[in-house]
Unconditional design. Structure first.
Length: 71
């Protein structure tokens, strides 16, 4: 499973984090930038510290789960 974590700067200068799980492992930097730009331009999220106004950082994390038989 892959997790996309995005950090934005709000209009009050604070950081706000969003994560999306289950993203494709081939996600490109261009796609992430487009997604973050769209989130900002559509102004669909509002935080306690105001609207999202700027991209800060993004990361794609791969999570490997190995089941262990304990029975």
């Amino acid at each position: 499973m892959h997790l996309l974590s995005m950090t934005f700067i709000t209009e009050n200068g604070l950081k706000s984090n969003f994560s999306i799980s289950g993203v494709k492992p081939t996600l490109t930097p261009a796609e992430v930038n487009t997604l973050m730009d769209t989130i900002i331009s559509k102004n669909i999220f509002f935080t306690a510290s105001g609207s999202l106004v700027k991209k800060s950082v993004a990361s794609l994390t791969a999570k490997n789960v190995t089941k262990i038989d304990v029975a």
